[in-house]
Design a protein around this ligand. Structure first.
Ligand code: PLP
Length: 391
């Protein structure tokens, strides 16, 4: 039985299509990597968040399989009922060491971690300040918490300071939340200024390090390691496993009190099945690889620097970013989609990002590099861009 016509789904879908924003699933016929197979065609993949090439790493797969023999597949319950295993605890300890935090709590996804933080810490009388380009999960977290949402211009610390100064002195809990590496832009705000102006205003800082963890910092400890931000500077640190660590899931790190509060009050932690223990074991293996295959980070950095140099030699402007996310701004949604299609015809998977994910008129190709690529892969993409849009 279809939903009643009065719900207007047909009209909604037509409107989405008319706006050039219709989205379709792509079916991959195998695993992640520098190359993926779609419709029987092998494509060079410049779209994934598998920044270190760990998503199909044999050691990570082996850790997962070994853990299935010990723990089985499902966790069976939420963490608080009987789903919390020694594999989960070992991962929490490894993450606490990696991030230099007192304690860590696992969540099933980063989306849920962000919802869980805001809903546990804030309520209607509190204030949440957010960068205008924050990830959708942070914005949804604001809505679910009921706190007053105040947004500041992207990466504009002066504007944040003004916003903080304009708050009433009676405001009790003020949380500033920001992506560390912006997911669709790849840039990093001045994190030291962000931390200091937040602290000066007596507010607390939450960083979403989904795109920094594993990639930034000497040890791969993420943005906080790279910028020397300890637990006092960033009391709420969130990171995810589905990107550089190559698995799935997420965590929040901070003080004992923060983690205890989340355990008591965070509904997206309390009322959901714990991530499979084998996935936790696989993620612990990924963390070990951050050390034992430490070459991956400098290799990625080299690819990023080379790509930027070669693209700028074509007369094209990539958006300002030193990270693995190297967007090429196109403008209109239809133009970005057409460019993505032309690249597909040439054997490249480079996905177009359109509104509402990015502001109108700022559609782009979100090109992502990975340690799984080699220089020749990158050169092939540069050559294709030269043929399609080079000046
Ligand atoms: C900045 C940021 N935060 C949070 C998330 C959500 O993480 P997850 O995919 O684990 O739900 C993502 C991407 O998915 C992200 O890019």
């Amino acid at each position: 039985m279809p939903l009643p016509a009065s719900w207007g789904l047909e009209k909604t879908l037509a409107e989405i299509a008319d706006a050039g924003q219709f989205r379709q699933l792509r079916l991959l016929e195998g695993g992640q990597g520098a190359r993926v197979t779609i419709d029987g065609r092998t494509l060079l993949n410049f779209s994934s968040n598998d920044y270190l090439g760990l998503a199909a790493h044999p050691a990570v797969g082996k850790a997962l399989k070994t853990a299935v023999d010990i723990y089985g597949v499902g966790s069976g319950a939420s963490h608080l009922v009987c789903g919390h295993t020694s594999a989960h605890a070992a991962l929490e300890d490894a993450l606490a060491r990696l991030t230099g935090r007192s304690r860590v709590l696992l969540y099933s996804t980063g989306y849920m971690a962000n919802l869980g933080v805001a809903s546990a810490l804030l309520s209607r009388q509190d204030v949440l300040l957010q960068d205008k380009l924050n990830h959708a999960s942070l914005l949804d977290a604001a809505a679910i918490s009921g706190a007053k949402l105040v947004r500041y211009r992207h990466a504009d610390m002066q504007h944040l300071e003004e916003r903080l100064a304009a708050l009433a002195p009676s405001e009790q809990r003020v949380l500033v939340s920001s992506d560390s590496v912006f997911s669709m832009d790849g840039d990093v705000p001045d994190l030291n200024a962000l931390a200091s102006c937040t602290a000066q205003a007596g507010a607390a800082l939450q960083l979403d390090d989904a795109h920094g963890l594993g990639v930034l910092g000497e040890q791969g400890g993420g943005a906080c390691e790279a910028y020397g931000l300890d637990e006092a500077a960033v009391p709420v640190l969130m990171g995810t496993f589905g990107k550089a660590l190559g698995t799935a899931g997420a965590f929040v790190a901070g003080s004992e009190q923060l983690i205890e509060t989340l355990i008591q009050k965070s509904r997206t932690f309390m009322y959901t099945t714990a991530m499979p223990p084998a996935l936790a074991a696989a993620t612990s293996q990924s963390i070990e690889l951050l050390q034992s295959e430490g070459w991956r980070r400098p290799h990625l950095q080299q690819l990023i620097a080379g790509f930027r140099k070669k693209v700028s030699a074509l007369g094209l402007d990539l958006m300002p970013s030193d990270t693995a996310i190297q967007p090429l701004l196109v403008g209109e949604a239809s133009a970005a989609v057409n460019l993505s299609k032309s690249l597909l015809d040439k054997g490249f998977l480079v996905v177009a990002i359109r509104p509402p994910t990015v502001p109108a008129g700022q559609s782009r190709l979100r090109i992502t590099l990975s340690a799984a690529h080699d220089e020749n892969d990158v050169d092939q993409l540069v050559q294709a861009l030269a043929e399609l849009v080079g000046r």
